[in-house]
Write a new protein. Structure first.
Length: 195
């Protein structure tokens, strides 16, 4: 293999610069992250772009989902710059929308149960979890349901159970949860967005 004078100088300069920078303790991780981001940008360019609307509030911000054509899975979600409402910007919930997709490796997919006073988590099936929740709610309502208050007025309420809503609940789910809670007689109903 023959090397030209220019090639030799280029190679020597690159190796010498790399050794010098690494001996100075320069962190090259941001450069590596930038290179990985370039790879992601190339992936986004060839992906199928699907537009949708954020479900969290009544604003209706536009989202662009990048879907891998080979697997059909979403690998990136960002604000839709062409949408008249948000013009590409997103709130914290919209920006975190990707974490709710199946791409989130930390998402729970199984029911985890820990016995009262237990220290270990056990995997259970959904039938166990739903029947246990139903039984506990019924037992609590049977013991603590108040039909009349101290004045003798009809109140029909359950003061032993409360509901505290999540920030990951959209408008429709929030309405459904509040109707269900009121049907159970709950009076202590709150939501994370209010706090």
């Amino acid at each position: 293999m023959q090397i030209t004078r220019r090639g030799f100088l280029t190679l020597t300069g690159a190796v010498g610069g790399g050794v010098a920078l690494s001996s100075l303790g320069l962190n090259l991780n941001p450069t590596k992250a930038y290179a990985e981001e370039l790879g992601k940008m190339n992936r986004i360019k060839i992906a199928k772009q699907v537009t949708t609307i954020c479900c969290y509030c009544s604003v209706g911000c536009g989202l662009v989902c990048s879907v891998d054509k080979a697997t059909g899975k979403i690998f990136n979600i960002e604000g839709d710059a062409d949408h008249p409402i948000n013009e590409g910007s997103l709130c914290a919930k919209g920006a975190g929308f990707f974490d709710l997709t199946e791409a989130n490796k930390h998402r729970l997919t199984k029911v985890l149960y820990r016995k009262p006073y237990g220290t270990e988590w056990e995997e259970k099936d959904w039938d166990f979890a739903l029947s246990r929740m139903a039984r506990l709610i019924k037992d609590t309502r049977d013991k603590g349901f108040v039909k009349k208050n101290a004045k003798g007025e009809l109140v029909n309420r359950c003061e032993n159970i409360g509901h505290y809503g999540s920030s990951n609940v959209d408008n429709e789910e929030c309405w459904l949860i509040s109707v269900k809670s009121r049907a159970l007689g709950l009076v202590y109903i709150d939501h994370q967005a209010r706090v």
